[in-house]
Design a protein around this ligand. Sequence first.
Ligand SMILES: CC(C)(COP(=O)(O)OP(=O)(O)OC[C@H]1O[C@@H](n2cnc3c(N)ncnc32)[C@H](O)[C@@H]1OP(=O)(O)O)[C@@H](O)C(=O)NCCC(=O)NCCS
Length: 187
Amino acid sequence: MSSLRLPRSIETGRLFMRCYEAADVEALDGDAIRSIDHIGQFLPHAREELLGDRVALLEDARRAFNAGERFAYGIFLRDGSFVGNCGTRWVGDGELNIGYWVVREHLRQGYTREAVQAVTAAGFEAGVTRFVLNCDPRNVASIGVARSAGFTYLSTDERVGDRGVRYAEMTWELRPGGQAIERYAAP
Ligand SMILES: CC(C)(COP(=O)(O)OP(=O)(O)OC[C@H]1O[C@@H](n2cnc3c(N)ncnc32)[C@H](O)[C@@H]1OP(=O)(O)O)[C@@H](O)C(=O)NCCC(=O)NCCS
């Protein structure tokens, strides 16, 4: 863990991202659950968490955000519609891992790219030295996000999961100054 903190809320041209609140359980109960098979395809842990106690999940996300352990942002449109999640957690001194998922109805509109660009920019401003992104080599959507947000591909490695299952994992990184140019103008 680090003493660095990310801001509680971040605004972009189209998005409002913030630390979760208890009332966000409605979005998880509705939009996220309707998208669970899509979200869970490459994120089995997120699937398990979202199908579990969602009130406790949000409470823990807030606790961890306040403690500086990890920073999970709910992504919303300006009209309040829930888009998805962008979360970061410490993986080294000044180094955060970043992950994301978006509900089905908001896919392919550049929202994840915009969210990742904003969170990484806020992180670098706060003193983060590196963002790491891991994804399954078959996850073309996540690879698309990594590329379009300016991450650099490092390696694909074999890992052994919780239950001894082997899987391949890609690692990408982003360092200060490496971000892609913002392509979405503010409305
Ligand atoms: C990965 C995910 C968050 C991408 O969300 P998204 O909001 O649709 O992504 P964006 O619209 O911001 O797209 C970013 C880039 O990826 C590309 N991309 C997105 N989905 C793609 C797909 N299915 N196939 C090919 N490229 C894709 C886009 O074209 C865009 O590239 P560009 O900027 O060069 O045009 C979404 O597919 C998802 O929720 N997947 C399930 C959960 C998951 O796998 N999370 C990542 C775990 S590592």
